[in-house]
Design a protein around this ligand. Structure first.
Ligand SMILES: C[S@@+](CC[C@H](N)C(=O)[O-])C[C@H]1O[C@@H](n2cnc3c(N)ncnc32)[C@H](O)[C@@H]1O
Length: 268
């Protein structure tokens, strides 16, 4: 009998900071998608799954349109995928203004940024479109795959050119940053926010699934310390507006609507 391509689900590899959702790669039955799903499962070292398999918590589904992350047990609230085409990315838009808090936090001299907590890649994309040269590092291979898929669709659907200003890398920034050459002018950190004590029903499904997938980033302080020893000019940390700074005494803080950017100048 030929070996079955369907391995039993295994929990995510041991990682003290990662949630342990059981994840599989699925496809919607179309034969054309099977080889893409198999390749992705191999790349991400995840088992291939049949849609609806109750042994999985989350399914990374290859569809003819896009890559989707679904809750394997509950059809609602529907799949999560990265859709940058819904953002206003016109050069004159508020999202890309150099006067908005995210851009101001990096100042006038910064040219190169490592986004060391890339997530779905939205901030990294905005920074690249503002003109910074951005390397975005994401340690969850599943989240990195969703971000790459979103970027790929944005480029192919809109013809937008980034001229190589955004690169998405899969890996743990704590290990990658000390070896990065040349050292970036700035490092950007947006670790998972501590969960609110009273859970809001309004938390977006994207963030709920992200938390299920990656956990709470309990090592954010360690990442900040490493970043401060690597960035030439500054480390910028995004925080909820009502949360204390990740480390005491930021050099300055730039307030946004619901978030704050704490800036730690490094200059070494
Ligand atoms: C809140 S999300 C970032 C959202 C992102 N700013 C965006 O615009 O989509 C935090 C992400 O950082 C990632 N992360 C946390 N610590 C990391 C590390 N040491 N190396 C790489 N990625 C990390 C988590 O896996 C998670 O996906």
């Amino acid at each position: 009998m030929a070996p079955s391509p369907f391995r039993r689900p295994s929990s995510a590899p041991a990682h003290p900071h990662r949630a342990t959702a059981r994840i599989g790669v699925s496809f919607n039955g179309e034969l054309a998608l099977k080889s893409r799903a198999e390749e992705l499962a191999r790349d991400l070292d995840l088992p291939l799954a049949i849609a609806g398999d109750p042994d999985f918590d989350l399914l990374l589904a290859v569809t003819s349109e896009r890559l989707e992350l679904c809750n394997a047990r509950a059809p609602r609230p529907g799949p999560v995928y990265v859709d940058f085409t819904s953002l206003d990315l016109r050069p004159c838009s508020a999202n890309l203004s150099r006067r908005q808090p995210l851009a101001r936090a990096f100042g006038k001299k910064v040219r190169t940024i490592v986004d060391a907590t890339a997530g779905y890649g939205q901030d990294a994309l905005l920074l690249a479109l503002m003109g910074f040269r951005v390397t975005a590092i994401e340690r969850s291979p599943v989240v990195a795959a969703l971000a790459r898929d979103g970027l790929h669709r944005l480029v192919s659907l809109t013809g937008l050119t980034l001229s190589g200003r955004l690169q998405i890398v899969n890996g743990d920034s704590r290990a990658l940053l000390p070896a990065i050459a040349p050292r970036p002018d700035a490092i950007y950190l947006d670790p998972m926010f501590p969960p609110k004590r009273r859970k809001s029903a309004a938390v977006k499904k994207e963030m709920r699934l992200l938390r299920e997938l990656v956990g709470d980033d309990a090592d954010a302080l360690e990442l900040l310390a490493i970043s401060r020893s690597v960035a030439h000019d500054r480390v910028v940390v995004k925080r909820p507006d009502d949360a204390p700074p990740l480390a005491p005494d930021p050099s300055m803080s730039i307030a946004g609507k619901l978030v704050r950017y704490d800036v730690y100048l490094t200059r070494h």
